[in-house]
Each structure stands twice: as structure tokens, then as C-alpha cells.
Design a binder for this molecule. Structure first.
Ligand SMILES: [Zn+2]
Length: 109
């Protein structure tokens, strides 16, 4: 492969967010990795990748873990359960958890 086949630092930096977060397709990730593997000189490419990854890590620490919305829950439960009765049981248990304490006295023994 000739040097002309490899992307420039400018091209790399256009895609650096996607590369750092691994959201590019395989060919693009490979092209970016090949660019980083070049001896250079680079216009700060490696530092930018490190910076984007660092920022992403900080953001994920800052965001509170949100419970998934109910439709997602149902799909997760359906995926976990091997049959529909298990999924139904798990869903009922989740509803039980959300009831106030006083309601639990009336349950079956
Ligand atoms: Zn570069």
C-alpha cells in the first residue's frame, strides 16, 4: 500500500470521535488504526484519540444510571426468561416491588 492510500491527519481527525468510541464500521476503524500506526509526523492524532476517550469516560461517570423505560424492561425480561410464564412472573414481581409496604399484609401466606 502506498502512502497515498492512507488517510491524512486531517481525514483522520474528521473521524476521530467515531474511531475513539469504536462506532465506525470495520473498514473505517481499520483505516484509522492504520493511520495511527504510521510513524508520522502526526498532527496530534494520538493525543486527540486519548482526549476523546478520556472525555467519554468522564461523561459516563457523570451520568446517573437511568432505569430503562418499561418497554425495554419487558423485552429484557422476555429475553431472560426461557418461557412466557417466567417472563410474566418476573413482571409481576417487579410490580410487587413498586407497591407501598402496607399492601403486602394482604398477600397470600
Ligand atoms: Zn495523523
Amino acid at each position: 500500500m502506498s502512502v497515498r492510500d492512507l488517510m491524512s491527519c486531517e481525514e483522520f481527525q474528521d473521524m476521530v470521535d467515531g474511531y475513539a468510541l469504536s462506532v465506525l464500521d470495520a473498514g473505517e476503524l481499520l483505516a484509522c488504526a492504520q493511520h495511527l500506526a504510521q510513524p508520522g509526523p502526526h498532527a496530534g492524532c494520538r493525543e486527540i484519540v486519548a482526549g476523546v476517550r478520556n472525555l467519554a469516560a468522564q461523561l459516563s461517570d457523570l451520568l446517573p444510571p437511568l432505569p430503562p423505560p418499561p418497554p425495554v424492561w419487558d423485552r429484557i425480561l422476555a429475553g431472560l426468561a426461557t418461557d412466557s410464564s417466567d417472563a410474566e412472573r418476573l413482571r409481576l414481581e417487579r410490580v410487587e416491588d413498586q407497591r407501598p409496604e402496607s399492601a403486602s399484609h394482604q398477600g397470600q401466606a
